[in-house]
Design a protein around this ligand. Structure first.
Ligand code: LLP
Length: 423
């Protein structure tokens, strides 16, 4: 099974019907309702394995970026397969601890860590804090002193490298809020090294997400090498180099870079520096492992435009509305009729609520399920109850077995924390 899926997204047509691994999607949507997130377990494992292979001969940590898909079963699966975790909040820390992740494989990034969050991470004994500002370092020193412990600290560097990706997911440019500017790294590293309860471990870079151009990675590797050499010349030891995530995946017809190729591009600059490498892939592992299944409510035709109105919306998958992202949309059972050119839209009262514009699809009928592809990363975890729609169920498929890994909300779930005022 695993071999058969290598390199594929785990979704395919079998006997005219779209399947996840070896289960027809219609069966899943009938059982669990629509909309529904469906994931291929073996695709996720294969993708993780590609990263692990790159580093199989050296000291390294492959830390899954929890933000891309934080379902407990997904985290559990990846932890069992040897992944560490890249977290950005106290909530993500609680999630990974809940699935039994090894704290010695957790790295913690983020520009706004609160004292309570840092304290909990110190108590858990995480591997490394990726710090992003001087006030953050001061707060961490205070807390580590209080707890009589030592925190391992890497500096997240803002390398002023343009990742050439969508403006909302680029993070390594000078004007972005992330990281400590290049020229300040040496003095900040010195002050960490002088702090009694902090240990300076190394550097962290993450320049953006969905990167399909190899040049930014090469520029980053060159800059990282120069910085490490210069720090070492000034007697600052650099033990770890965290290269972040960011590898793009194929949503449409993009040419992408495999982890193997990525390493070929950057290793000439870095391999001989005697470093422990850390990576934080998110999208690469989960994006193409997932699809959002949604049923057609109506086909609405007007003189100028056709609309396929479906029961999922921007509340279920926000990427098209937020980043103009392209997601392939396919019929689960294609009808043998003339294609219609239509916008595929959701029921939310916002003009931005769409999944695709001007798509050619065999004209569907009400209730037909469609699959919105590549929805496994930044899909369910960014979903909301906007317009009081229920968040969907999630299912993880392993060959012919499906596991319900999140139940669909009830209406009660939507408002259960709200209080009416007693008069
Ligand atoms: N490490 C850090 C510090 C990050 O900020 C991110 C993503 C990652 C790793 C993982 O990046 P990946 O391998 O997934 O590209 N919601 C947006 C993406 C936001 C990415 C935020 N940071 C989207 O749907 O495209």
């Amino acid at each position: 099974m695993t071999d058969q899926l290598t390199g594929s997204a785990g979704f395919k047509y079998l006997d005219g019907e779209y399947h996840c691994e070896n289960i027809p999607l219609t069966d899943l949507v009938e059982e669990h309702g629509s909309p529904l997130y469906v994931y291929s377990k073996n695709h996720m494992l294969n993708q993780l394995h590609k990263y692990q292979q790159v580093f199989s001969q050296q000291d390294s940590l492959v830390c899954f970026a929890v933000k891309s898909n934080s379902n407990l079963a997904v985290l559990q699966l990846l932890a069992e397969a040897g992944a560490g975790f890249d977290i950005v909040s106290g909530g993500e820390l609680e999630r990974v601890l809940k699935v039994g992740a090894d704290p010695g494989k957790i790295v913690y990034s983020g520009v706004g860590k609160t004292a309570a969050e840092q304290r909990r991470a110190l108590e858990a004994g995480i591997y490394q804090f990726n710090v992003e500002s001087i006030p953050e370092i001061e707060q961490l020193q205070r807390l580590a002193a209080e707890l009589q412990t030592e925190a391992r600290v890497a500096i997240r560097v803002n390398p002023a490298v343009d990742a050439k990706t969508h403006a909302k997911i680029t993070t390594g440019k000078k004007e972005n809020k992330f990281g400590i500017p290049f020229p300040e790294v040496e003095s900040v590293a010195n002050s960490i090294a002088r702090s009694k309860n902090l240990k300076f471990t190394g550097l962290h870079f993450h320049i953006g997400s969905q990167i399909t151009d190899q040049q930014p990675f090469e520029r980053l590797a060159r800059k990282a090498r120069d910085l490490i050499r210069s720090l070492r010349e000034h007697r600052i030891e650099v033990e770890t180099l965290n290269l972040g995530g960011g590898l793009g995946v194929c949503y449409d017809d993009e040419e992408t870079i495999s982890p193997e190729r990525w390493w070929e591009i950057i290793s000439p600059y870095l391999a001989d520096l005697d470093l422990k490498f850390i990576v934080e892939p998110g999208r690469f592992i989960t994006a193409n492992a997932g699809a959002l299944i949604t049923r057609v409510i109506y086909v609405k035709k007007s003189v100028t435009h056709n609309f396929i109105v479906v029961d999922a919306g921007m509340n279920t998958l926000i990427r098209p509305a937020m980043y103009d992202a392209f997601h392939e949309i396919v019929p689960v059972i294609p009808r043998n009729n003339d294609p219609v050119n239509a916008d595929v839209v959701g029921p939310v009262c916002e003009t931005g609520d769409y999944f695709g514009k001007g798509r050619e699809l065999p004209e569907p009928r009400p209730d037909d399920p469609l699959a919105v592809m590549s929805a496994g990363a930044y899909g369910s975890c960014m979903a909301s109850n906007y317009n009081s729609f229920r968040r969907p169920a999630e299912v993880l498929v392993d060959d012919r077995t499906a596991y319900l890994i999140r139940e669909r909300d009830t209406y009660e779930d939507i408002w259960c924390k709200e209080k009416m005022i007693d008069n």
